[in-house]
Design a protein around this ligand. Structure first.
Ligand SMILES: *Cc1c(COP(=O)(O)O)cnc(C)c1O
Length: 300
C-alpha cells in the first residue's frame, strides 16, 4: 500500500530534479498525511480496546475528516469538536463530516479543552470507553507514521534525495520525517515549510516531538538541527497571497500536480524560493512530500 513516488524532473531548468511522494493519494477519501497518521493512531485506539473517539480541529480540518472516516470504517462512535462558528454552507472536509453523520460540536477556541472533556464524559455516561486524540493527530503515533513513511520510501526507491520539502503544521509529520531520514543515515535534509507557526515556537514543538519519540522508543542517536522555514506564511494559517495562488495555478498547468492554498501550496512556494535563492550547477535531487489538501482547495 505504498503511495506513488513520481519523477517530475528538472521542470524549472535549474539543475534541481524534482520528485513527488504522493501522500495526497494515501488510500482514504481525500487522502493526505492525516490518513497516514490516523492509520497508526487507530491501531493504538483498537489495541487499547476503545470504542469511541473525541478529537478537535478547525472547520476544514483534514484530521477530523480522516478520523471520521476511520471511525465509520471501524464502527466507533465519534465526536468532532470544531473550534469555529458554524458556516452557512458546509463545504470540503466539513461537508464530508456531515455526510458521514458524526456528532459535531462547534465551540470557541478558548473552550476546546473543556468541550472535549465534556464529550469524553458524555461517552462514559453512555457506557462507552472513549479515546482522546489531540488536534491534528499530534502524538507519538503520528510521528511514528512518518518514520515508517521514510522506510516505505527507502524500500520503494534507492534514490538518496538531497532535500525534502513539505508543509509543516503541528510538527508531527516533520518530526517523523526528520527521525526517519536520520535513522536511515541519509544525508537528506528535511525542510519544513511552516503554514502557521513562526520559527521559534514551530521549531520548539518539533524538537519536543522528536525528543518525546526518542524517549518513548528509548532511541539514542544524534539528531541533526531541525530546519523550519516560516518565510511562506502568506499572512498566517489559511491566509493567501497572489504569489501563492499563482504558484498553485502554474504548478497545476506545468505538472498536473494539484496543490492547495492552506498547506501544500505554501510548501511548494517555499521550495521554489529555496531553489531561486540557491542556484546550483551540480545536479540535485529534491523530494516534494505532498501531504494532501485537495479538500482545502475545494473549500477555498
Ligand atoms: C495537517 C496537514 C499538514 C501538516 O502536518 P503536521 O503533521 O500537522 O505538521 C500538511 N499538509 C496537509 C494537507 C495537512 O492536512
Amino acid at each position: 500500500m505504498y503511495t506513488p513516488l513520481e519523477k517530475l524532473g528538472d521542470i524549472y531548468d535549474n539543475n534541481y530534479e524534482i520528485f513527488v511522494k504522493r501522500d495526497d493519494l494515501y488510500p482514504i477519501s481525500g487522502g493526505g498525511n492525516k490518513g497516514r497518521k490516523a492509520k497508526v493512531i487507530f491501531e493504538k485506539c483498537l489495541h487499547d480496546g476503545k470504542n469511541a473517539v473525541v478529537t478537535c480541529g478547525g472547520a476544514q480540518s483534514n484530521h477530523l475528516r480522516a478520523t471520521a472516516i476511520m471511525c465509520r470504517q471501524l464502527g466507533l462512535q465519534f465526536t468532532a469538536v470544531i473550534h469555529a462558528n458554524k458556516p452557512g454552507v458546509l463545504s470540503g472536509n466539513l461537508q464530508l463530516l456531515q455526510l458521514l453523520g458524526v456528532r459535531i460540536v462547534f465551540c470557541d477556541m478558548s473552550e476546546v479543552a473543556e468541550v472535549m472533556d465534556a464529550e469524553m464524559e458524555r461517552f462514559r455516561a453512555l457506557s462507552f470507553d472513549p479515546f482522546y486524540i489531540y488536534g491534528g493527530g499530534h502524538s507519538v503515533e503520528g510521528t511514528y507514521a512518518y518514520v515508517q513513511a521514510v522506510n516505505e520510501l527507502a524500500s520503494q526507491s534507492p534514490i538518496i534525495f538531497d532535500k525534502v520539502f513539505h508543509a509543516s503544521g503541528t510538527g508531527a509529520t516533520q518530526a517523523g520525517l526528520h527521525i526517519g531520514f536520520g535513522l536511515n543515515e541519509f544525508h537528506t535534509e528535511v525542510i519544513g515549510i511552516s503554514v502557521a507557526r513562526e520559527q521559534q515556537r514551530g521549531k520548539a514543538v518539533i524538537n519536543a516531538s522528536i525528543n518525546e519519540y526518542l524517549e518513548h522508543y528509548q532511541l539514542t542517536f544524534q539528531v541533526k538541527p531541525v530546519h523550519f522555514d516560516d518565510s511562506c506564511l502568506c499572512g498566517g494559517y489559511e491566509k493567501t497571497t497572489k504569489e501563492l495562488l499563482s504558484t498553485i495555478s502554474q504548478v497545476a498547468k506545468l505538472t498536473g500536480i494539484i496543490l492547495d492554498p492552506t498547506y501544500t501550496g505554501k510548501a511548494w512556494l517555499g521550495m521554489k524560493h529555496f531553489m531561486d535563492r540557491h542556484p546550483t550547477t551540480k545536479k540535485q535531487k529534491i523530494l516534494f512530500w505532498h501531504t494532501g489538501g485537495l479538500l482545502n482547495l475545494m473549500a477555498y
